[in-house]
Design a protein around this ligand. Structure first.
Ligand code: PEP
Ligand code: MN
Length: 338
């Protein structure tokens, strides 16, 4: 249920109403919008009639039921787009954030060099996996904590914040203490205990769509994170599995306008995992800018032929420089700021 407050309602009153909501057995989430303050009361739908008592409060304008199964993620509760800001990286609204870096952290030289070069080309955030969820148990699994330390070094040398994947609920504190943003990968999009733990931890999240999750399921996963108090969730469409096998997955670009219609959360595209092939990555980065996506995540490696993971889909530095140059040109027409 959305409790819409009258304009000019004092902070103390908002707090009192939130307390009352909690007493009725719901979780209260205040959303301070430009025009109005609303409180989302989230809990067991069967008890929602109990909230009707709030209508008697003179500061309450009206009660509006939220029709979608996801509540805090929905546009119904927040009309303005959410802008997630991590240092100089902004995603959402008029901002187009660029995340670049290797699939996995391999060596100090590899990650530091990549960080410095992608920063120079215009990236706002570094990516790099330290815990890799590989399809084969025999494939390179990542450098784990050592990889996190190298990412910290790369952040220091380049000034870029970094996002890195977390695969296990027990590692949230470990990874969360090093990283600026935590990534939930496609394979863990419905790992609900992991979603709850990262939601409680409080750092911003990049939540990747699963290869076979519907948009509704994807938004329900975001709801898990939001319901634990985290406000900064960046959704990432990274390709879904279809009958087509010319590409690794099929990039569902239509997810961008659909999600923008249904949710206030930013949505970025990952053309690297979507296509699995370097040559197809640049056109889809441009498509992201053209279709109103809130950013991209791309794999970039200083020597893709030697990459331990996902080399065929990784851009070299020159390829990334070219993508950024074109994106800057396109941003003049798209209304998105890079
Ligand atoms: C990744 O971004 O490193 C990754 C493993 O991607 P996905 O979860 O989309 O497969
Ligand atoms: Mn990868």
């Amino acid at each position: 249920m959305i409790i819409v407050l009258k304009p000019g309602c004092k902070k103390k009153t908002v707090e009192e109403i939130m307390k009352k909501i909690e007493e009725l057995g719901f979780k209260a989430h205040a959303i301070f919008g430009v025009e109005r303050t609303v409180i989302g009361a989230v809990g067991d739908d069967r008890d929602k009639h109990m909230l009707e008592a709030l209508e008697a409060n003179p500061c309450v304008d009206k009660l509006v039921p939220i029709l979608q199964p996801y509540k805090l993620a929905s546009r119904e509760i927040k009309r303005e787009p959410t802008v997630v800001k991590v240092d100089g990286a902004l995603f959402g609204g008029e901002y187009f954030g660029v995340i670049a870096g290797p699939c996995s952290v391999e060596t100090e030289r590899q990650i530091v060099e990549t960080a410095i070069k992608v920063k120079k080309a215009g990236a706002r955030m570094l990516r790099g996996g330290a815990f890799k969820p590989r399809t084969s148990p025999y494939a390179f699994q990542g450098l784990e904590e050592e990889g996190l330390k190298l990412l910290v070094k790369a952040r220091k040398e380049s000034g870029l914040p970094f996002v890195t994947e977390i695969t296990n609920p027990e590692d949230v504190e470990l990874v969360g203490d090093y990283a600026d943003v935590l990534q939930i990968g496609a394979r863990n999009v419905q790992n609900f205990s992991l979603l709850r733990r990262v939601g409680k931890f409080g750092k911003p999240i990049v939540l990747k769509r699963g290869m076979s999750t519907t948009i509704q399921e994807f938004l329900m996963s975001a709801e898990y994170v939001l319901s634990e108090g985290c406000r900064e969730v960046i959704l990432c469409e990274r390709g879904i599995r279809t009958f087509e096998n010319a590409t690794r997955n099929t990039l569902d670009i239509s997810a961008v306008p659909v999600i923008h219609e249904r949710s206030h959360l930013p949505i970025i595209l990952d053309p690297s995992h979507a296509t699995g092939a370097r040559n197809y990555v640049p056109p889809l980065c441009f498509a992201a800018m053209a279709c109103g996506a809130d950013g991209i995540m791309v794999e970039v490696h200083p020597d893709p032929q030697k990459a331990l993971c996902d080399g065929p889909q990784s851009l070299g530095i020159d390829g990334f420089v070219h993508v950024m140059k074109r994106l800057r040109e396109l941003s003049k027409f798209s209304g998105k700021k890079l």
